[in-house]
Design a protein. Structure first.
Length: 330
C-alpha cells in the first residue's frame, strides 16, 4: 500500500494499480486496498474495472465511506451511465452536502447536454461559505462552462476560484489552462509559478508551468523549473519524463541535451517498459544521434520539435484529467 501511494504520488498510476492488485490478491478482505485500486483504475479511464472493484468492496463492507458515490461516478463513464443518475440523486437526497455526488451528477448532466441542470446542481451546493468550498464550486462551474464553449465565463469563474483560495491546486490549474487557451501565455506562466510557491508538492502545477514556458519559447526556464521540481520530488516519473522530452525536442538548440535526455529516458524505461516511456526513449536516442551531426540529424531534430509543439497545441483541449493519467509534459 505504501509503495502504491508513492507510485501514485509520482504520477505512475500503472505501477500503482499493479501494486494495489498485489495487495488485494494477498489480502482480499482489505477494504482500503479495494477502494484505492478502484480509484486508480477510474483515473486511468478503466471505468468498467473500477465499477467491478467498487462492487467487490461494497460486498465486503456496504457502508464503506464514499464507495457508493465513487462507484456511481465511475458508472457515468461506462455504457451503463443512465443508471448512475438516480443513484447520484438518491445520494444527494440523503446528504445534500456530499460534494462528490453533486459533482458527479453535474458532470453526467453536462455530458447529456443538460448544462442548465448541471449548473443548477452545482449552484445549489450548501456550505460554500469557506474558501475551499467556494473554490470547489467555482472550479466546477468553470469546467462546465468550458465544456459548453463559454470560455470567457469559464475564465471568470476560474479566476474567482483561485482568488477565493490561492492554495487550491485545481483552481490554479483551471485558471492557468484557460489563460493558455486564450493565448495569454505570460499570465499563465506567472500564475503557475506563483501557485508552485504556494504548493511546491504539486507535480501537476509544475508541469503546467513548463507548458506555459514552452509556449513562450522559454526552454531554458522550463528546464530549470523541471530540475527544481526533481530536487523536491526526485521519484516523480512525470517530471523525469518531462525533462527528458524537453531536452530531446526543444526548438532552442542551447537547451537540447541528448546525453542527459537519454540517461533519464533509459532510467524510466528500465523501471517500467510502457509505450509512453518507449516513445520518450526513441526521442532521446534521436537527439543523441543528432549530436554526432549525422546526415539526417537536421531533419530528425526538426521532426521531433514539430511533434512536440503539436503535442502542446493538443494539450489546450482543457480536459481536466488529461494529464492526471499520463502525468507528462512536454
Amino acid at each position: 500500500m505504501n509503495l502504491a501511494g508513492l507510485a501514485d504520488g509520482a504520477g505512475d498510476l500503472d505501477q500503482a494499480v499493479g501494486l494495489l492488485q498485489q495487495a488485494v490478491a494477498t489480502a482480499p478482505e482489505f477494504e482500503q486496498a479495494h477502494f484505492n485500486l478502484a480509484s486508480a483504475l477510474s483515473r486511468l479511464g478503466r471505468s468498467d474495472e473500477a465499477v467491478a472493484r467498487y462492487d467487490a468492496l461494497l460486498e465486503i463492507e456496504p457502508r464503506f465511506p464514499s464507495a457508493r458515490c465513487f462507484r456511481a461516478m465511475a458508472l457515468t463513464q461506462t455504457a451503463l451511465a443512465a443508471e448512475a443518475e438516480p443513484e447520484l440523486r438518491q445520494l444527494l437526497a440523503q446528504s445534500p452536502s456530499d460534494w462528490q455526488a453533486r459533482r458527479g451528477l453535474a458532470d453526467l448532466l453536462a455530458r447529456l447536454n443538460r448544462l442548465d441542470e448541471a449548473l443548477s446542481v452545482i449552484g445549489e451546493a450548501p456550505d460554500a461559505s469557506d474558501a475551499a468550498a467556494s473554490a470547489d464550486q467555482q472550479v466546477e462551474i468553470a469546467s462546465l462552462l468550458t465544456r459548453a464553449g463559454r470560455l470567457d465565463d469559464a475564465l471568470a469563474a476560474a479566476l474567482d476560484a483561485s482568488a477565493a483560495d490561492p492554495s487550491h491546486v485545481e483552481a490554479q490549474l483551471s485558471a492557468g489552462r484557460l489563460l493558455l487557451a486564450a493565448g495569454r501565455f505570460e499570465e499563465a506562466a506567472t500564475r503557475f509559478s506563483t501557485a508552485v510557491e504556494q504548493r511546491p508538492d504539486s507535480v501537476e502545477l509544475r508541469l503546467s508551468e513548463v507548458d506555459a514556458r514552452w509556449l513562450l519559447g522559454n526552454c531554458d526556464t522550463a528546464r530549470q523549473r523541471l530540475e527544481d521540481g526533481l530536487r523536491d520530488s526526485p521519484r516523480s516519473a512525470g517530471l523525469t519524463e518531462a525533462l527528458a522530452r524537453l531536452l530531446a525536442t526543444c526548438p532552442d538548440e542551447s537547451t537540447l541535451d541528448g546525453d542527459v535526455a537519454l540517461r533519464l529516458a533509459q532510467e524510466l524505461y528500465a523501471a517500467r517498459a510502457t509505450p509512453r516511456f518507449a516513445e520518450t526513449l526513441v526521442m532521446a536516442l534521436a537527439e543523441a544521434e543528432t549530436a554526432a551531426d549525422t546526415p539526417r540529424a537536421g531533419r530528425l531534430r526538426a521532426d521531433l520539435s514539430a511533434y512536440a509543439i503539436g503535442r502542446h497545441v493538443r494539450l489546450l483541449g482543457l480536459t481536466d484529467d488529461a494529464r492526471r493519467t499520463e502525468a507528462s509534459a512536454p
